[in-house]
Ligand binder design. Structure first.
Ligand code: ZN
Length: 277
């Protein structure tokens, strides 16, 4: 058995992804006494500015946005009781095809080896037992999410340790229910099985391909409050419109696909730390 605290490391692209993607497991495992380390790769400078000013519009100052988002990220970490926040501070690359993809210090144009070497240092320092990041498509195709995936998988090749590794995902059944709720709230949304496969990359997985279902319903309030801490991005965070109860009802289970494992824990599993304690 291990004589140091069990540790979860989540590698995310932007401030707010920690809450939407893994807020439930961060809160739950902190409550169970597990050390939680959040690595946020970019500064979120392509987010909305004060007063809702959009990136690229007059008055949008990426440096000011980044500063504001850092404060919000720190507040979200307090809510989720994250033990350690590590910032790689690359520039937010914006959506695929934006000029910001090629800006100096953008995460997207950073060589994978460079980001991986920095992340490998953090992995050596914290020795996580479990590492969570996105799938190769960054869950929904955002360049910074794809790059977070790439540097994480490359960093794991550089270290001796062999943590369990997971990619966040969503079962198609949940995406379908989410689509119904979005339509109910008047938002535009196509469930993955209705969307043209050649138009957009596939989001989520068929239910039977999900290896890991973690019940985080008891931490729904914390997850919602962590999302709400990113107030400047509120217009883009659809979940906040649903209210706490509907939100927890819909996303009270966080799901993952296990891609590396040396514990032999049987799947499907209900705990990222199955086989480790
Ligand atoms: Zn993001």
């Amino acid at each position: 058995m291990i004589d140091r605290p069990l540790t979860l490391m989540a590698v995310h692209a932007h401030p707010d992804d920690e809450a939407s993607g893994t807020g439930g497991v961060l809160a739950r495992y902190a409550a169970e006494g597990i050390r939680t380390v959040l690595v946020t790769c970019t500064d979120g400078g392509c987010g909305d500015g004060p007063g809702g000013v959009k990136p690229g519009d007059p008055g949008h100052d990426p440096a000011a946005v980044a500063a504001m988002r850092r404060t919000e990220l720190e507040a979200a970490c307090e809510v989720l009781k994250v033990s350690h926040l590590e910032l790689l501070e690359y520039a937010d690359s914006g959506m695929m095809g934006w000029a910001t993809n090629d800006a100096p210090n953008s995460f997207w144009r950073t060589p994978v080896e460079e980001g991986a070497a920095r992340l490998a240092e953090l992995i050596r320092r914290y020795e996580p037992d479990v590492v969570v990041t996105y799938d190769e498509n960054g869950f929904y195709g955002h360049p910074d999410h794809i790059q977070a995936h790439r540097i994480t998988m490359a960093a794991l090749e550089l270290v001796e340790a062999e943590p369990k590794v997971y990619w966040t995902t969503a079962p198609h059944s949940m995406m379908k229910r989410f689509g119904e709720v979005m339509r109910e709230f008047g938002a535009d949304f196509e469930a993955p099985d209705e969307a043209q496969a050649d138009e957009m990359p596939p989001i989520g997985l068929p239910d039977e391909e999900i290896s890991t279902w973690v019940d985080t319903a008891a931490f729904g309030d914390q997850k919602f409050d962590a999302l709400a801490a990113h107030a400047s991005q509120g217009e883009n965070i659809f979940f906040l419109r649903m209210g706490k109860e509907r939100f927890t009802d819909l996303w009270g289970v966080e799901t993952f696909v296990r891609v590396k494992d040396s514990t032999g824990a049987a799947v499907p599993e209900t705990d990222l730390f199955a086989g480790l304690r």
